[in-house]
Design a protein around this ligand. Sequence first.
Ligand SMILES: C[S@@+](CC[C@H](N)C(=O)[O-])C[C@H]1O[C@@H](n2cnc3c(N)ncnc32)[C@H](O)[C@@H]1O
Length: 147
Amino acid sequence: MVDLARIKQIPYIKEIIKGDITKLSTITQLQNSLRRNGSEEKEMVVLADCSPNLTGAWITDRAKQIWLAEVALGISNFFLAEKFLTKVFQGEFFQELLKKIKISYKNVKSHKPKTSRKGSAEIYIVATERKNKEVQRYNKQFLLLDE
Ligand SMILES: C[S@@+](CC[C@H](N)C(=O)[O-])C[C@H]1O[C@@H](n2cnc3c(N)ncnc32)[C@H](O)[C@@H]1O
């Protein structure tokens, strides 16, 4: 698990990294953590519940939040995660993000859980069935990630 904030230990979470998902050094830390815990070779699910500090300037907040969801999609693509789930704020950037997710996943659905406040713009996207996994695995061997 990665978060900008320091998070207390959570049951069943093997390692919590305090870091910024937009930084390459954090992705390297995540990769090392997955290796240490023997998780890198397992089928992976990326769950992203990122939100920036809200300023109240709605367009800026939405743009930042969608950007974080896009970064999470990049991480999911890097690790060839089989499933990807992200929270997003609906608005002008939402359809673009959906299109990008559909490049990597066959099955993409959006869902507003009952527990989510009715007036809030948040919605969850659930993407399953990664496309072209073997081609991507082949391409990935040429990608070196380091500090
Ligand atoms: C809505 S909270 C969700 C936290 C957690 N899922 C929970 O239920 O307690 C959004 C979280 O996104 C984190 N966040 C925002 N920007 C981030 C970034 N660039 N890298 C990592 N975490 C980030 C914040 O620190 C915050 O804890």
